[in-house]
Design a protein around this ligand. Structure first.
Ligand SMILES: C[S@@+](CC[C@H](N)C(=O)[O-])C[C@H]1O[C@@H](n2cnc3c(N)ncnc32)[C@H](O)[C@@H]1O
Length: 208
């Protein structure tokens, strides 16, 4: 589906899921992020209202139609942020630029999650954290169904419902503390999900 249509339908498409608990999870995840924060795949900006005042926020988004909606939402808020075009697999920032990176419902969409996670780790400062909400591969028959629909789903919406994202986060070198949950009112093949903080370094005070 073309980016313009996806961007136009996005907020309406996720509204019931937001109201059924996703919005509360976003709030909980983002409320205490410190300092310099990068959000990858910021979409239409559904996280914006939850950032604490005082963060220096950079919003990365590759799709121009999403970026237009992101800018419109940002303009209505008392929050300043820089919107940057670009992809998570090739972050246009020097090493150690951010205290936190945010990824919500993005690692299902990127073409190469391993590369996106390596880039994320590169731009985080020592002790930095990656804040995540991602839907993931389920188990048993559900996983089989997710495998079957992954190719058409990628074609239509760029979304792979069968990704083992928590495992990929750990394989990229992060220490992940995650909470599994169900995305209520989402289509059944994207309901298994997790939220959590992935810490860049095992010796982080966050883990004590
Ligand atoms: C399902 S939407 C999620 C939007 C937003 N993060 C949210 O929580 O509502 C996925 C977003 O990831 C973006 N995206 C897709 N591929 C990407 C990539 N390689 N790098 C960064 N963002 C990407 C899409 O343009 C889209 O805005």
């Amino acid at each position: 589906m073309c980016g313009r249509v996806l961007a136009a339908l996005y907020d309406r498409g996720v509204r019931r899921v937001e109201e059924a608990g996703l919005r509360a999870r976003r709030r909980e995840l983002l409320a205490s992020l410190p300092g310099d924060v990068l959000e990858i795949g910021a979409g239409t900006g559904l996280n914006l209202e939850h950032y604490p005042t005082g963060v220096r926020l950079v919003l990365l988004e590759p799709d121009p139609h999403m970026r237009r909606r992101l800018a419109a939402r940002l303009a209505g808020l008392r929050l300043s942020a820089e919107i940057v075009p670009g992809s998570a697999e090739e972050l246009p920032f020097p090493d150690s630029s951010f205290d936190a990176v945010v990824s919500t419902l993005v690692l299902c969409s990127v073409a190469d999650p391993g590369r996106a996670l390596a880039e994320t780790r590169r731009v985080l400062r020592p002790g930095g954290r990656l804040a995540l909400i991602e839907h993931v591969r389920g188990e048993g028959a559900l996983a089989g169904f997710q495998e079957a629909i992954a190719p058409p789903s990628r074609l239509v919406s760029s979304c792979s419902p069968n990704r083992r994202t928590a495992e990929a986060v750990r394989a990229a070198g992060f220490v992940l503390i995650e909470q599994r949950f169900v995305l209520e009112r989402a289509p059944f093949w994207v309901r298994p999900a997790f939220s959590g903080l992935a810490v860049r370094d095992a010796e982080s005070p966050l883990l004590e």
